[in-house]
Design a protein around this ligand. Sequence first.
Ligand code: B16
Ligand code: MG
Length: 216
Amino acid sequence: NKKGFIFDLDGVIVDTAKYHYLAWKKLANQLGFDFTEEQNEMFKGVSRKRCLEILLEIGDIKATQEQFDTWMVEKNVDYLQYIDKMDASEILPDVKKVLEFLVANKQPIALGSASKNAQPILEKVGLLPYFDSIVDGNNVTKAKPDPEVFLIAAKQLGVTPENCVVFEDAVAGIEAANNANMISIGIGDENVLNKADYNFKDFTEMPSDFLSNLIK
Ligand code: B16
Ligand code: MG
């Protein structure tokens, strides 16, 4: 029985949130205010543009369009310096094991991320070959919780939405999966991701027969 498996990137495959944080903090400091790790929580799964809008609200800064565009670029240039140093050691626990199981069982795999840097990140950590399709911030017009990103992924995999399984670490991502009528799996805090169909703290907590039961 073929299912389609769709993975979010940041928080599910790798923890790039820490690098996003360092880059946003640097920009905030440069603009004269602080940005805490707690505030960075709001940025998870949120597009770069929306993140900058929120950051400027936090700092109470009004920007011209030109400044806004410049800061978007600056933040990303800074972020890419961290990405450039990434390697396979940054893949989150048991992610590779799960991907290998799915490939061995001929299950199609897609990425469904808000990031415009998804492809280079997967390349850096050596996971690009596992993915049949990559849908990311470059392909979507509507952000999660809109189901667009996952619906495009399902289409590219040739699997109906009801037969897709989504792994997500963000509330908006779980909502997007539910809105797409897909099976949603929360990776992280089950109290936060309480709308997910299933929850695991991380992939090491997923029972060994969980995936085989899903594709039965
Ligand atoms: P970029 P995900 C998201 O990735 C991040 O969680 C979010 O913090 C970031 O702002 C967004 O990607 C856009 O990233 O600046 O690289 O385009 O969780 O959807 O994989
Ligand atoms: Mg995420």
